[in-house]
Design a protein around this ligand. Structure first.
Ligand SMILES: [Zn+2]
Length: 236
């Protein structure tokens, strides 16, 4: 049986973090920021303390308290344990709006991130040019590490840049996470590269739309995706 848990994106706009669990495998649809919750506590000049690892985010209910998904440097810095293996097998990103992708920053680098090529390029631009201290989508800079100075006494901060496990998916081309067979389907939205996902499990099919529209520049993409999901009605 497949379990689906919603850690955001229900009765609110964005903030989607939806975990799908099979017998031996699990993944998330998106890992975004919930604007409504974030606005309750934060503003442009009032952000969570980076020095507090993920604790501010979890305490304020912005991130779910789940073992085995968060980055080692943030956990270690606040004295939390870091399991050897991640507890999820992937995150499927529907598109690069922050309410769907922002909190990828907090995830371990060994959790594969599946996304379209356009979404990858948008995240690369955001990561390369962004000024936010929480925009490590494709790489992760390990922080809170010290090493002895080469000359003289004392220690200096070190920061190692590590590549995340990025997997670019082709439209309608199957890939697997455990026993789930997955395809991405391009849809129209207000930024390029938006994708829905069609997931076939052992017993059921799950369709995740992400954000889509029928009135934009490429409505035929959305229509094609919808057409492909229509099943002939079985006589009872
Ligand atoms: Zn969107």
């Amino acid at each position: 049986m497949t379990n689906i848990n919603f850690f955001g994106g229900v009765d609110e706009i964005g903030g989607n973090k939806i975990r799908v669990e099979g017998k031996n495998e699990s993944f998330f649809f998106d890992f975004g920021m919930a604007f409504s919750k974030a606005n309750d506590y934060l503003s442009e000049f009032l952000q969570p303390r980076k020095a507090n690892g993920i604790l501010d985010f979890v305490e304020l209910g912005l991130l779910p308290c789940i073992k085995g998904i968060y980055r080692e440097d943030y956990l270690r810095h606040v004295g939390l344990s870091y399991p050897k293996e991640p507890s999820v097998d992937g995150v499927l990103i529907s598109h690069s709006h922050v309410d769907h992708v922002a909190y990828v920053h907090h995830l371990r680098e060994d959790i594969p991130i599946y996304l379209s090529n356009e979404s990858y390029l948008i995240l690369k631009a955001l990561e390369d040019t962004g000024t936010s201290s929480f925009s490590e989508y494709l790489h992760l800079k390990k922080t809170f590490y010290m090493s002895p100075k080469v000359r003289g006494d004392g220690y200096k901060r070190t920061s190692t840049k590590i590549k995340r496990d990025i997997r670019i998916v082709e439209p309608y081309k199957k890939f697997n996470i455990g026993n789930f067979q997955i395809k991405s389907a391009p849809v129209d939205h207000s930024l390029p590269g938006a994708s829905a996902f069609i997931v076939e499990g052992e017993e059921e099919t799950i369709v995740y739309t992400g954000d889509l529209r029928f009135h934009g520049r490429n409505p035929e993409l959305t229509r094609k995706f919808v057409r492909k999901q229509q099943r002939p009605i079985q006589p009872s």
